[in-house]
Design a protein around this ligand. Structure first.
Ligand code: ATP
Ligand code: MG
Length: 255
């Protein structure tokens, strides 16, 4: 059996998509059968993976509306063990509300995850920022959660909300486990960034925070712009190494 790991955060722009893409790729590089699912209607995964530039391939939106079948929208990637389900046509649409309410009300997301798990996939889910209906739906059908936290002033401000949301979701989904909070975009020579990381480490219970933190690197930005995971494009880059370490650490738990 596989399992579902959701990457969620109250805040936008904290590295959810970068984390989902690189963790999924790093797990696939370790030989684990992985399915990356983009439930965020912004659909950024396709940019980060350099897929479907014209938006014609379809994805989760088509699956939800019933206009396409799973086998028609799940795509292969350059990694043999990584497959991806993009957000689909919703990312071209002017409004995302219909999609979001459809996703929140339809049983299809849960069915999709179950089907993938039965086939032994680790399902890594990239979610939209915030704790809206889509994120709550994802949490209702996940077994693992990872919360990226950007190393910036006031980083902890919204953390209690996300932790509460995970706790609330676990009431009806007792299988849900918070794997941890992941510090992202930590800047080596930046005193503020280092101070934030130290403060977060002092404030949060140690078991809540991953030892590994993701540094901010130029290679990460370049890789995203080039449509490749940094773990593939620049495997020796410190951010790539950190994502590989995270995958190594998580892999035994994802069974
Ligand atoms: N380790 C890193 N080093 C440098 N830049 C990074 C790193 N991680 C993410 N970024 C950049 O930060 C920006 C936000 O990252 P990302 O899109 O992954 O965040 P997000 O949480 O998914 O955002 P949103 O809430 O909009 O979905 C992107 O431009 C990304 O390339
Ligand atoms: Mg994103």
């Amino acid at each position: 059996m596989g399992t579902v790991l959701a990457v969620v955060s109250q805040k936008g722009g904290v590295g959810k998509t970068t984390t989902a893409i690189n963790l999924a790729s790093a797990l696939a590089l370790r030989g684990r059968k992985t399915l990356l699912v983009d439930v965020d209607p912004q659909g950024a995964v396709r940019h980060g993976l350099g897929l479907d530039a014209d938006g014609s391939a379809g994805g989760l939106a088509e699956l939800l509306s019933g206009s396409r079948e799973l086998q028609d929208v799940v795509q292969a990637t350059t990694l043999p063990w990584l497959r991806v389900l993009l957000a689909g046509s919703v990312s071209e649409a002017a409004e995302h509300e219909t999609y979001s309410s459809q996703l929140a009300e339809s049983p299809r997301l849960g069915e999709l995850f179950e089907r993938a798990c039965r086939r032994g996939y680790i399902v890594v889910v990239d979610s939209p920022p915030g704790l809206g209906a889509v994120t709550r739906r994802v949490l209702a059908h996940s077994q693992h959660v990872l919360v990226p936290l950007q190393c910036e002033p006031l980083a902890l401000q919204t953390t209690s909300q996300i932790l509460r949301a995970v706790r609330d979701a676990a009431v009806t989904n007792p299988a849900l486990v918070l794997d941890g909070i992941l510090l992202t975009m930590l800047e080596e020579g930046n005193e503020v960034s280092q101070r934030v990381a130290a403060y977060v480490r002092a404030q949060l219970p140690t078991e809540l925070l991953f030892d590994v933190a993701i540094p901010r690197t130029m290679a990460s930005i370049d890789a995203f712009a080039a449509g490749q995971p940094v773990v593939l494009r620049a495997p020796h880059d410190p951010a790539a190494r950190a994502y590989s370490q995270l995958a190594e650490l998580l892999e035994p738990r994802l069974r």
